[in-house]
Design a protein around this ligand. Structure first.
Ligand code: AMP
Ligand code: AMP
Length: 227
């Protein structure tokens, strides 16, 4: 009897250990990805403003994406962890302002946030629960004012062309760490500033030097679109 119950306890411990292993995903760092709304909207697919109206002419958050040093990344790590608005109800106003949804049809943001949580956030659940994940994104955005960093360097969203080097330099100077710059093409085919990737430690709070910079697909001179 005693022997049987110790076997049972051992089995339960092993099961518990395995379930913890399955849920806790390792990752090496985050990309904190900010997006220029003008460059999301002026492409072939265009955009739809959120139900709350046209977002401010400022960088918006696209996501906080767990990544590995080798350039790969995990996705959709926990189908059991569904997005729940109730868990982030105190953050909604800030999310609508700083993490605006621009895809069509127009929405209140839940669809975009739910996509980001389920695809990316579930892979950093070992560090940040749903509330902490969205709050971490908001705090990072408050910490780094990309638009004012660029404006201080004379780089403005005025449809002008700027050298990729000057954009990279301005951000490195202003943030203290190099950023990855991603471009897309407007409907006329011009290469334009689309997204800025900063690297963040696994706690989601500190900007770090990137273990690996993402590929950017930018021309040597890129347009900074009006919005
Ligand atoms: P792309 O094809 O590069 O435009 O990427 C399309 C989507 O793939 C992005 O919006 C992300 O959700 C995902 N993705 C691309 N690169 C990464 C990355 N380094 N980490 C996490 N997700 C990524
Ligand atoms: P991810 O897979 O996390 O990058 O997200 C890629 C998907 O998010 C694509 O379907 C994009 O069209 C969409 N997406 C990118 N930026 C936004 C945005 N600001 N609002 C809504 N959807 C977006």
């Amino acid at each position: 009897m005693r022997y049987n119950s110790s076997i049972l306890i051992i089995k339960l411990l092993v099961l518990h250990y395995l379930s913890v292993l399955c849920v806790s995903q390792d990752f090496d760092f985050f990309y904190f990805v900010q997006q220029w709304p003008g460059a999301y909207c002026d492409t072939k697919h265009s955009c739809c403003y959120p139900k709350t109206g046209k977002p401010a002419a400022d960088f918006g958050i696209h996501g906080l994406w767990p990544n590995y040093k080798d350039g790969s990344w995990p996705s959709n790590c926990d189908p059991d962890s569904v997005f729940s608005v109730q868990e982030i109800s105190d953050l909604i106003g800030r999310l609508q302002k700083s993490w605006p949804s621009l895809s069509c049809p127009s929405s209140n943001g839940n669809r975009f946030w739910s996509h980001e949580w389920e695809k990316h956030g579930t892979c950093s659940e070992s560090e940040l629960d749903q509330h902490d994940y969205f709050e971490a994104g908001l705090k990072l955005k408050e910490k780094v004012n990309l638009l004012s960093i660029l404006k201080n360097a004379g780089i403005e969203p005025d449809d002008g062309f700027y050298s990729l080097d000057s954009i990279e330099e301005a951000i490195k100077e202003g943030v203290g760490h190099a950023a990855g710059i991603e471009c897309n093409k407007d409907s006329a085919g011009n290469s334009q500033l689309y997204q800025v990737y900063l690297c963040v430690d696994t706690s989601g709070s500190d900007i770090i030097e990137c273990p690996k910079l993402p590929r950017g697909r930018c021309a040597s001179n890129v347009q900074f679109a009006k919005f």
